[in-house]
Design a protein around this ligand. Structure first.
Ligand SMILES: NC(=O)c1ccc[n+]([C@@H]2O[C@H](COP(=O)([O-])OP(=O)(O)OC[C@H]3O[C@@H](n4cnc5c(N)ncnc54)[C@H](OP(=O)(O)O)[C@@H]3O)[C@@H](O)[C@H]2O)c1
Length: 314
């Protein structure tokens, strides 16, 4: 990418989009364009086409999506499938129509079959049924990947699809109703510490295993792939090690300094037992993640403490 190339980061206010934007700025890219969802609703085909016609971005990072944890996915399946299909369809099609040089689509580990062989390899996609709690989201994401592949095959578009492991880091969403595991744990243990609670409840058995990737590492991987990857096949980007949810909870508990117990709320679902990506393809290309879970959680908690008042009063 040339330093003055016109780059559109869709979803620049989100966890992934903001990390990509910060990284592009740090690397000296000077022509980055962004729109919030209130300025440009990416579900709306005609306004998205107007935007592409006017702005003519050369590179597009599609980090705009409807995203959420298990509860949100279970309650709002219709929104998850509709919003994501609309957003990605508009971005992919108009990127083709207005000659975007490279389009980067982001999939998710939920696209892989439920309780399939681990670690999950790129070629395992569509080898079995999805985890039912997030099926609408997974179906939309698989459609986005297949659409990128079809546009590459039919029109020769350089559209790539990246599957990052679960992400965490500064700028994550800490809203109790919709946040993911690590911010939820940070909030619970932090509140437990401040309120002097005896225990904190963890959803489910704590046995499922999860792989987490620090946000600055995924931004680094994305920059690497934009320069070095020109294939329609998926590419996994993980940390290379996974932990049980209980192990993750214990790391967060120690970093936050909560002294009470962890108890299990067994009325809540576990979700998939394991979601471990095989990142061998990335490793084979010479890229590996650098931030271990404890250091990443520490940086995320520092951000939480620095922004606590802002986070809970906006
Ligand atoms: N978070 C993870 O653990 C993870 C892991 C693997 C893959 N991914 C993928 O990474 C991508 C981004 O995830 P994220 O965690 O960064 O999500 P996020 O923090 O929720 O951010 C998503 C962004 O999408 C924008 N958006 C949503 N609906 C929109 C609409 N109708 N029009 C325009 N913009 C809209 C929002 O913009 P506003 O803020 O302006 O409303 C928001 O900033 C997703 O494709 C997700 O599947 C995420």
């Amino acid at each position: 990418m040339e330093k003055d190339a016109k780059i559109y980061v869709a979803g620049h206010n989100g966890l992934l989009g903001s990390a990509i934007k910060r990284r592009l700025e740090r690397d000296g890219f000077s022509n980055i364009i962004c729109r919030s969802s209130s300025e440009l609703d990416l579900r709306n085909q005609s306004v998205v086409e107007d935007f592409f016609r006017r702005e003519r971005p050369e590179y597009v990072f599609d980090a705009a999506a409807k995203v959420g944890g298990i509860q949100a996915n279970m309650n709002f399946g219709a929104d998850f499938i509709y919003d994501n299909l609309q957003i990605q369809t508009n971005l992919i099609h108009f990127s083709y129509k207005y000659g975007v040089k490279k389009f980067v689509f982001f999939g998710t580990n939920c696209m892989y079959p439920k309780d399939y062989e681990q670690p999950m390899k790129e070629e395992d996609m569509l080898s079995g049924a999805f985890e039912p709690t997030n099926e609408p989201y997974a179906v939309a994401k698989v459609a986005g990947f297949k659409m990128c592949q079809a546009y590459r095959k039919q029109y020769g578009c350089d559209f790539i699809s990246i599957v990052p492991a679960s992400l965490y880091g500064p700028y994550d969403n800490f809203d109790a109703a919709s946040c993911h595991l690590i911010p939820a744990l940070i909030r619970k243990f932090h509140d437990g510490k401040v309120e002097g609670k005896e225990f904190v409840e963890l959803w489910g058995t704590g046995k499922p295993r999860r792989e987490f990737l620090f946000i600055d590492d995924v931004a680094d991987a994305v920059m690497f792939l934009v320069e070095n990857y020109k294939s329609g096949e998926l590419i996994n980007v993980g940390y290379g090690e996974d932990y049980s949810i209980l192990e993750i909870a214990n790391i967060v508990k120690e970093v936050v300094g909560f002294k009470g117990e962890i108890r299990h709320d067994l009325s809540k679902p576990d979700g998939m037992m394991r979601k471990f990506l095989d990142s061998g393809k990335m490793k084979g290309m010479g890229w590996e993640a650098k931030t271990n879970l404890r250091d990443g959680v520490r940086k995320t908690y520092e951000y939480f403490l620095e922004n606590e008042i802002f986070l809970f009063h906006k």
